[in-house]
Design a protein around this ligand. Sequence first.
Ligand SMILES: [Fe+2]
Length: 283
Amino acid sequence: MSMQPRTVAYFGDIVGKPGRHAFAYAASVLRSQHPDIILITNAENARHGRGLHPEGYREIRDAGADAITLGDHFLDDERIIPLLNNPDEPVVGPMNVPESPQNAKPYFRIPETDPPLYILVVCGRVFMRFQSANPFDAVDSALARITEEADNALVLLEVHAEATSEKMALAWHAADRWPNHIVGVVGTHTHVQTADARIVAGRVAAITDLGLTGGHSGVIGFATAASLRRLRDDQPSGLELAESDLRAQGLLITLDPDSRAATGAEPFSIGVPGIIPDGEEPG
Ligand SMILES: [Fe+2]
């Protein structure tokens, strides 16, 4: 049975086990409030801070994610490649990165949605650690293909980028070039939720950065001591995670399939009670 996409919770980057735990908690809270909600999350740091391992993927799926996205760290765990290549697995990486596996899906259509809801991810070019192809051109070429595939497609675009300017410029580009199709443009990668959620051009739900799903007690999801070693002391540091003040952050997007536009863009930051469950962390 198909379902009209009306309410979407789009989560900011899950960092490690604290983030996976926070996602599972917030997913159950949101689903109890909105039974038909569609849950999407970036999870490129879900394997102890770098990449996504198959175990983490399965855990986030089991917690209720309808689609999972990755950014510039998408190949940090190459065991995810077969899933990126599999058109039926709801995990998608940035489509404008030259290193992308040849057979990786460029975007993902959430099954059973009518009108069909697509997820598309591009990486920005400003202050990023490697160069991607022009994300504006990438959006246009992807939308040409998507609308060829489904002329009634609705699309949520994730811009995985450092610069606020580049992310909001892409939201305006989407509203200008792809009205009636792109209904949301959300930023990821900085792990800091921005206070600029709005409806661009009366149609497109937008926020510069969704924030962090993970421990908020340190530096963007990582332990303070390790971050100081690296940033202040110029020393190499391992990946140690912030493990308290767990929150799941993102944007609640309300869609009106009849007018083919977003009508709501409400940021959320859901605090998680209790502690992270014990258990061995896989690979
Ligand atoms: Fe990133």
